[in-house]
Ligand binder design. Structure first.
Ligand code: ADP
Ligand code: MG
Length: 269
């Protein structure tokens, strides 16, 4: 057991890519579930006004009285905003469409880029005894995503195996560089994970090869295959690991979690 006050526990990871539909939310939910299976306590922070991570983890709209909006912009007790899910050791701070106005409201706030950082580092956080916090970012490089990156130890980038996938990465890396210069010099790239991969498809193979040629070790060995069970699971309010435990998608997310933990032995279970 690592010391709960070491700065890397809980380890905070932003799941980010400014493109929509590349697998951010799917990766957040399922990586979280796979880390829980490995024995860790995990919090998902839903930082997308679409609230898909909240929905996918079974948090009904009616149950989202307090959300990431209040976490950022109001003085709120962590106890009220960190919700249990149906899955033991998996918690979520939900989001609603309210969060869409936060980006603008943040601009006039002196601490605008540091609100999530400060919220997640309140002393009361220790009570939750978390090992990992995964932040599901919106499809934009706005102030919400900057808040996530300032708050994080690292950024995990889902990359959909399709044409032009790599083009958006340079913009994302620029933002990471800016965040390093303005408030979080230690921000690391956790890795790039190929999502919705189809090994029989030439384009998928080509994109993966380009990613590995350009980014080398930064690309996770694990690839997430395109798998219909993965896309069905959210409508049953479950990670695919619970919905279809033996599916290819579930197996891949388990591999990803092991690779992630293996890359970073500073986090204790
Ligand atoms: P983002 O959060 O980046 O917008 P999502 O995680 O919501 O992306 O994924 C976009 C869509 O692709 C969703 O409908 C999701 O169910 C589907 N999807 C994601 N990963 C897979 C996969 N490995 N296999 C099949 N469908 C997937
Ligand atoms: Mg999403």
């Amino acid at each position: 057991m690592s010391d709960p006050f070491t700065p890397t526990r809980p380890k905070i990871i932003s799941v980010a890519n400014q493109k929509g539909g590349v697998g951010k939310t799917t990766t957040t939910i399922n990586l979280a579930a796979a880390l829980v299976e490995l024995g860790y306590r995990v919090l998902v922070v839903d930082l997308d006004p679409q609230g898909n991570a909240s929905t996918g983890l079974g948090i009904a709209l009616d149950d989202r009285e307090f959300t990431t909006y209040e976490l950022l912009l109001e003085d709120i007790d962590l106890q009220d905003v960190i919700l249990d899910t149906a899955f033991k050791n998996l918690m979520v701070i939900p989001a609603t469409v309210d969060l869409s106005s936060a980006d603008i409201e943040l601009i006039s706030n002196e601490k605008r880029s540091f609100l999530l950082h400060d919220a997640l580092r309140q002393p009361q956080m220790a009570k939750f005894d978390l090992d990992y916090i995964l932040i599901d970012c919106p499809p934009s490089l706005n102030l919400l995503t900057v808040n996530a990156m300032i708050a994080s130890h690292s950024v995990l980038v889902p990359l959909q195996s399709e044409f032009f996938a790599l083009e958006g990465l340079s913009q994302l890396m620029l933002t990471v560089r800016e965040v390093r210069q303005t408030g979080n010099p230690k921000l690391r790239i956790e890795g790039v994970v190929m999502t919705m991969h189809d090994a029989r498809n030439n384009l998928s193979q080509q994109v993966e090869q380009d990613a590995r040629d350009n980014l080398g070790e930064l690309v996770f060995k694990t690839r997430i295959p395109r798998n219909v069970r993965v896309s069905e699971a959210p409508s049953y309010s479950m990670p695919v690991l619970s919905y279809d435990s033996a599916s290819k998608g579930a197996l891949a997310y388990r591999d990803l979690a092991k690779e992630l933990v293996g890359n970073d032995m500073t986090v204790g279970a």
